[in-house]
Design a protein around this ligand. Sequence first.
Ligand SMILES: [Mg+2]
Ligand SMILES: [Zn+2]
Length: 181
Amino acid sequence: MKAAFLDRDGVINEKAPEGEYIARWEEIRFLPDVFSSIAALQQAGFKIIVATNQRGVALGKIRRDDLEEIHRRMREEFSRQGTSLTGIYVCTHDYADRCSCRKPQPGLLTRAAEEHGIELSSSWMIGDAPSDIEAGKRAGCRTARILIAGSENGVGPEADVSSPDLASAVGTILRITHSHV
Ligand SMILES: [Mg+2]
Ligand SMILES: [Zn+2]
């Protein structure tokens, strides 16, 4: 079984302004074409797994209950749209916790892979930050970077695919995976 691991903020929903946190469901703004892109990945046999760093929890900026509600309602919205999330994996730690799950560490991906029987080498990590790409590479996945025009994304390891939005990233991933069947 293969998976598409998706970062959350900046891939599924708009990210909060620098230094701010998405702390409530009302602040979630889904990005365009998210549901159709995810449906296309699912149709191609990918399980959909969200892997997100939410350091705001460790900082006391996001309440754990609110984070759980955001993710519960996000799952509901995905199923209303005819798709389903296999899992949402969250690192709520701060840097000082030295955990093994905060991306660029691969812990969220490797744990999800164990729990859902995912073959990492046929899976993809899709994210907008260098840490997403690094986590994907360390886990042994192929990687796609979403580079939104005009936003500061930082530099990092080169992704296998680089696209301006999720829809075009998914289009390229599906072309690549089909030609390697
Ligand atoms: Mg992000
Ligand atoms: Zn962690």
